[in-house]
Design a protein around this ligand. Structure first.
Ligand SMILES: [Zn+2]
Length: 236
């Protein structure tokens, strides 16, 4: 991965999206003094069958903030699109472009925007919409004539995004070593305890460690065999 940057912005659909595989890289970067902020399109309020959205949303927000703190991230923002029915379109692109202008990152990180995970598991519409809109908004943020209302709100164009890194794709081009950040990544995934307990009967600690270790080993196979967090990098 390119190393000559100071600020990154990660934009994903739900609480836990970054923790399922990406946060070991985030921990490694914040260790090196980089500033990283998180923007989530939703509060994940439709993510737990046994909890109604009005109780689930605030709980998942708290878990996400704890999860970010475990890897050195203190800025977590929510765009308040509705979980499960996020629509790709200009409203979403505008909200993400506004976030890019607020944070002025050189690197933008997002999650797999393609139809499937590994060609076998169907992706969710929220991930597809948010991933695509993030790739688009990285450019929108730099153009003063797209969403001119943002400048009227004091958000001046930011044309400084140099790369968009997509996590969880089938066709990664770059990687970060997972080992230095792996323990904190496990803690950051474990912070989504309510979600994990609803998802599996396994011990949460074992579940989080096994999942992230296997994901890092699988990603590492394409990059010399060392456990890795892999990204597909789009340069701008
Ligand atoms: Zn998700």
């Amino acid at each position: 991965m390119p190393g000559d940057w100071r600020r990154a912005l990660a934009v994903v659909a739900h609480p836990d999206d970054l923790e399922y595989g990406c946060s070991a890289a985030i921990a490694h970067w914040t260790d090196g003094g980089r500033e990283i902020a998180y923007v989530l399109a939703t509060r994940g309020e439709a993510g737990i069958d046994t909890l109604p959205p009005e109780r689930c949303g605030p709980l998942r927000e708290r878990e996400q903030r704890a999860s970010a703190a475990a890897v050195g991230v203190s800025t977590v923002e929510f765009l308040d699109h509705r979980d499960g029915v996020v629509e790709y379109g200009t409203a979403l692109r505008r909200d993400i472009a506004a976030a890019v202008r607020r944070h002025r990152p050189e690197l933008v990180i997002t999650l797999n925007h393609r139809d499937t995970w590994g060609g076998t598991a169907w992706n969710t519409p929220d991930h597809v919409a948010v991933g695509r809109a993030t790739l688009d908004a990285a450019a929108d943020a730099g153009n003063r004539w797209i969403f001119p209302e943002l400048a009227e709100q004091g958000l001046q164009p930011w044309d400084g995004v140099r790369w968009v890194a997509v996590a969880g794709t089938d066709t990664p081009t770059h990687a970060v070593e997972a080992a230095p950040g792996l323990e904190r990544a496990v803690r950051s995934l474990l912070a989504h305890r309510t979600y994990i307990e609803a998802l599996t009967d396994q011990d949460p600690q074992t579940y989080a460690r096994d999942f992230l270790t296997a994901a890092a080993e699988q990603a590492g196979r394409r990059f010399g065999g060392r456990p890795a967090v892999a990204f597909e990098l789009f340069s701008r």
